[in-house]
Design a protein. Sequence first.
Length: 251
Amino acid sequence: MSLLLGVNIDHVATVRQARYATMLESPNAEPSPLVAALAAREGGADSITMHVRGDRRHVQERDVREVKERCELPINFEMASTAEMVGIALRLAPDFVCLVPENRQEITTEGGLDVAGQLESLRITVGRLQEAGSKVSMFIDPEPEQVRASAEVQAEMVELHTGCYANADGGGRAEELKRLTEAAVLGHELGLQVNAGHGINYRNIAVLLVVPHLVELNIGHSIVSRAIAVGMQQAVREMKELMNEYTSPAP
């Protein structure tokens, strides 16, 4: 099975919000997350990832609804485990929900969710989302404790945080690859689908492809950045071509 690509289009909405945050009804409000999602689909994306944050800094609930209704790709809805976001997820009924930590002062997600420290509350959230028909993933640092906790709350998937890998070099990168590999092996043994994301780009993806048991990569900023030069469809196509080298080698 080929490695799947979820394209995160949050930062298309970031550009729109920079000028039209208070004028979303304007016919001039652009760029359109829907147009970006449709182009990503044509480039070979397997799903579309969108994160509605508490402060609504980029994607809005209406964006997710529009893409879900018109793009014909599975939606991976990233969200914090809050009553507000659970309510939105229950209304939208996305194909997948990825539970992430959220800090209003951060520029982007800075680390994995502490599943082990929130077992009881997360078990309830996971159950409610699954009852509504969504499969649930936990965005976690590649730590055995967090992988086991994700299985304990009965999530179907984990998304391994690759940010530390992306920011490391030399011996540090080798150590991060080791952590990712061990977490992927453990997740697979526990029956979890293993995905990965954060900070992956056209330069660092090749080395990451030694991590076994990966099913899907979620990539956003790098693809949106590349799309400025070549268009979204071509940017997605180029990333998919790099991902075709994946063979899920044994650790």
